[in-house]
Design a protein around this ligand. Structure first.
Ligand code: SAH
Length: 248
């Protein structure tokens, strides 16, 4: 079945944009996934077709109106009753690989893209919409965030990636960053590919990669280790033990 994405946006011409190329573009052409845009402005009722208004309480910028958005959202919910409806928002649940995987195994997704200062809060109270954030920074609109989410989902759909296993060993799938990669030439600017990778000993290579993944995650993203528990921690060295007891 086709994985179907419906995007509610003021800028439908932005789509498929980057998702029309490479893996996602090919999969779109092959019908592995489909993309439909809904122009939010079509649901405005006044003669200026306005979708936003000044913020209650004052302040800079404009806020997207709940009544206009609700009409657009209701139409999508009615047509796609089984699919989750998300709204891109810096105040949302942080997007991670677990959420991406859950979405990719479902029927598809509806995505509401915000603009201006954001969306009238009452919309989130009144409709089953899940706010999702792509990171702790502020974009000018939800469309680029939607590209990120869709790209991450589409590459997991059956038939999109070449090797069926290549999605399983990657960063975050095991709660760790991935091990480093190397390819020819063997020597470049005096730097050689680690010998173990040329040994042909698959067990040794797997062990090296696992150790590297743990080491790099501890170094670069200790928060991931914290979140996934101590099971993946190598036994702490003397220095680390001291550090840890100092913290206590
Ligand atoms: N004033 C808001 C930011 C609005 S940015 C605040 O400070 O929270 C305008 C739109 O861009 C948002 O409605 C949302 O759809 C999108 N956006 C901005 N940053 C985002 C992020 N980190 N993740 C997902 N969407 C984001």
């Amino acid at each position: 079945m086709t994985w179907a994405a419906t995007i509610l946006t003021l800028y439908p011409d932005m789509f498929p944009g980057p998702l029309g190329h490479s893996l996602a573009g090919r999969a779109l052409a092959e019908g592995i996934w489909s993309l439909e845009t809904v122009q939010i402005r079509d649901f405005a009722t006044d003669k200026h077709r306005s979708v936003d208004d000044t913020p209650a309480g004052g302040g800079a910028g404009m806020v997207m109106r709940a009544d206009v958005l609700a009409r657009a959202v209701d139409q999508v919910l009615e047509r796609r009753p089984g699919a989750p409806l998300l709204a891109m928002s810096p105040r949302g649940r942080p997007l991670d690989q677990a959420l991406v995987r859950a979405l990719a195994t479902g029927p598809g997704v509806g995505i509401l893209c915000g603009r201006f200062e954001g969306i009238d809060e009452r919309l989130f109270e009144a409709r089953p919409i899940v706010p999702v954030s792509v990171g702790d920074y502020v974009l000018s609109g939800g469309e680029t965030a939607a590209f990120v989410l869709l790209d991450a989902c589409v590459r997991l759909l059956p038939g999109v990636m070449g090797a069926p296993t290549s999605g399983e060993e990657e960063s975050f799938e095991s709660g760790l960053l991935e091990y480093p990669h190397y390819t020819r030439p063997y020597e470049w600017e005096g730097r050689r590919i680690p010998e173990v990778l040329r040994s042909g000993d698959h067990a040794k290579i797997a062990a090296w990669r696992k150790a590297k993944a743990v080491e790099e995650t501890r170094l670069r993203r200790p928060d991931l280790i914290e979140r996934h528990g101590d099971a993946r921690r190598p036994p702490p060295s003397g220095a680390q033990r001291e550090e840890e007891s100092e913290r206590k």
